[in-house]
Design a protein around this ligand. Structure first.
Ligand code: SF4
Length: 71
């Protein structure tokens, strides 16, 4: 499966937990908000883990058909 991720910038508070877990996918921009720099830079497991540790649930995970599977 190739999960897709999006970041809700209105929710992100820049804790960088997602960057720590999936550094090939997420990075903080100059506003200290997480952005997706590359889809599928990390494994699906890491993408889901990153979404689950986000304290404000700002990371939206979709399956390859575009169905939201988290949160
Ligand atoms: S873990 Fe959540 S709040 Fe923290 S930087 Fe990533 S998206 Fe933003």
């Amino acid at each position: 499966m190739a999960l897709k991720v999006k970041v809700d910038r209105m929710l992100c508070i820049g804790t960088a937990d997602c960057v720590a877990i999936a550094p090939n996918t997420f990075e903080l921009d100059d506003e200290a908000k997480s952005v997706v720099k590359k889809q599928n830079g990390d494994s699906d497991e890491k993408l889901l883990e990153a979404a689950k540790v986000c304290p404000v649930l700002a990371i939206i995970v979709e399956d390859e058909d575009g169905n939201q599977i988290f949160p």
